[in-house]
Ligand binder design. Structure first.
Ligand code: FAD
Ligand code: UDP
Length: 412
């Protein structure tokens, strides 16, 4: 059993930190993996502060009122090419063998995304489709992936025609909804996540390992955090307990020189996985993020979608709909779907900063916050929020394992 204490009605000042070696802020993959490693490998006493009433970060799942297992913070499909990440998580969960498939609704034609050779055949007559497929294969090679930006830059009439079709029907409207920007104005790494695939594999990911935790993500986290050296305090915002003090007085940019916990200096490790701007009282203004609103609908049928997710790339206000029973393999006579409505993040109550908006101006803004911690060698930032990056779960687990290795070696 995880040692989990909910602080909703508790007094954080009453927590005794005298024998604590490390404080971890956040119980998503970043915080939970690092906590487990420090507790298990280095025999450190670790406490986790989690502002939400539950563990698991954005991967948290739970049964809705109709008994369908849903992901409360957006659909999460595990996939990785990293053997060690898969092997590590396999200590804490068995897997449901699931390969995610996504269809784009392009004017009523369900089309495999990433756009591939099968997708071409759905939208072009036989002769044109053959010419486009041949050109793609001879130019890029079978089973290779081509980001839409690269495809658009090709100086060839056939490839330009295809690029234009895919840009207009897959990327333009979806990206405008998701980011409030045209595809050419978002960081190229973002649209490159979903490249054109010169092949016939209809899966969304081609990674070696893919699947879903057999009993769900929340049980995985319960197993991960089940260690006698770990105590989790939920409903506790780090800012209620942690204080960062600068010896540079009132100057906004003066780096912090000390960490206090409940008013007492703390010289153990602090691993922070939340947003840095919020931790610093937004002193340089809010870092730009995109957020999402979710709308759930229940139906008395087994399935309402043809696959796990349908992307609405030319219509609707939402970007995509996910039907959870496809992802989890739950066998029921009813189902729940979830629509995603992107929006800007304004730090209002209940809003979550889901996506960092990557560009050089925002990176500079982020680095200004990061610099505040340059004189605190015991403070580590880790995770999608704290690092202001667009990381998948497997990348976070990998980074957490690396940081834990570094910290364990320091102790040795
Ligand atoms: P988080 O999971 O965000 O955890 C951070 C935790 O810190 C949160 O629980 C938060 O409440 C807590 N926290 C923050 N500030 C404080 C504070 N001041 N005090 C106390 N606690 C605090 N990845 C995939 O691999 N596959 C997918 O299919 C996938 N789908 C996604 C869909 C959506 C809509 C989104 C937004 C992301 C998706 N991801 C997916 C990415 C995945 O969510 C992240 O990689 C992963 O959750 C990052 O883990 P983390 O621990 O860094 O952050
Ligand atoms: N994208 C798009 N159309 C699609 C799928 C993705 O335009 O049908 C673009 C969009 O800009 C999106 C990005 O590719 O933000 C990355 O998509 P992904 O599915 O990886 O996003 P996530 O699951 O992280 O929200």
């Amino acid at each position: 059993m995880v040692m989990c204490i909910d602080m909703m009605n508790g007094n954080p000042q009453s927590i005794d930190f005298s024998d604590v070696d490390a404080i971890v802020v956040g119980s998503g993959f970043a915080g939970s993996v690092v906590a487990r490693e420090l507790a298990e490998r280095a025999d450190k006493k670790v406490v986790i502060f989690e502002q939400r009433s539950h563990i698991g970060g954005n991967a948290y799942d739970e049964f809705d009122e109709t008994g369908v297992l849903v992901h409360r913070y957006g659909p999460h499909i595990f996939h990785t090419v990293m053997h060690r990440v898969h092997a590590y998580l396999s200590r804490f969960t068995a897997w449901y063998d699931y390969s995610h498939e996504v269809l784009a609704d392009i004017h009523g034609v369900y089309t495999p995304v990433p756009f591939n050779l099968n997708s071409i055949e759905l939208h072009f007559g036989e002769e044109k489709a053959t010419a486009l497929k041949d050109k793609l294969v001879t130019t890029f090679g079978m089973d290779n992936k081509v980001p839409i930006i690269e495809l658009r830059s090709q100086d060839d009439p056939l490839l330009s025609e295809l690029a234009d079709f895919v840009y207009r029907n897959v990327f333009l409207y979806y990206t405008q909804k998701q980011w409030g920007l045209a595809p050419e104005d978002v960081d190229p790494s973002v649209t490159a996540r979903v490249p054109v695939l010169v092949g016939r594999d209809n899966r969304y990911f081609q990674d070696t390992y893919q699947g879903m935790p057999l009993d769900g993500y929340t049980p995985l986290f319960k197993n991960l955090l089940d260690h006698p050296n770990i105590t989790v305090y939920t409903s506790l915002n780090a800012s209620d307990v942690l204080e960062f003090v600068s010896s540079g007085g009132e100057v906004d940019d003066a780096p912090f020189s000390d960490v206090y916990v409940n008013g007492t200096p703390f010289d153990g490790k602090v691993i922070y996985t939340g947003p840095l701007d919020i931790l610093c009282g937004k002193r340089f203004g809010l870092l730009p993020y995109r957020s999402l609103d979710f709308a759930y609908k229940s139906f008395a049928h087994t399935h309402v979608l043809p696959c796990g997710t349908v992307n609405y790339t030319v219509s609707e206000d939402y970007t995509r709909i996910t039907e959870y029973t496809w992802l989890t393999g739950q066998q029921l006579d009813h189902t729940t779907i979830m629509e995603e409505y992107p929006r800007s993040f304004e730090d209002l109550a209940g809003q979550v900063p889901y996506y960092a908006i990557l560009n050089s101006k925002n990176e500079e803004h982020y680095q200004r916050y990061r610099a505040l911690f340059c004189k605190l060698p015991q403070f580590y930032v880790l995770g999608r929020l704290a690092e202001y990056r667009y990381y998948n779960m497997d990348q976070i687990v990998d980074r957490a394992l690396r940081l834990a290795e570094e910290l364990c070696e320091e102790q040795a």
